[in-house]
Write a protein that binds this ligand. Structure first.
Ligand SMILES: [Zn+2]
Length: 67
């Protein structure tokens, strides 16, 4: 089994404009579970999907799954 990364979008804090920005978080889950609970979620508020995905990839590199 291996972890996979998914990106969740949330509304960020107001204050930088009239429209709340979306922020993105990376989550890791096990790819053999159709409705898998997340095993990890990053604590950042990434401004782009790419940043969040890179964050998740870095976490995967630090946390190889061993079964
Ligand atoms: Zn992150």
């Amino acid at each position: 089994m291996a972890f996979k990364i998914r990106i969740m979008a949330n509304h960020g804090p107001r204050g930088r404009g009239p429209v709340p920005q979306l922020v993105y978080r990376a989550e890791a889950y096990e790819n053999d579970e159709r409705f898998a609970e997340r095993k990890w979620a990053c604590e950042h508020e990434h401004e782009t999907v790419e940043h969040a995905f890179n964050c998740g990839e870095e976490w995967l590199a630090r946390n190889p799954k061993i079964d």
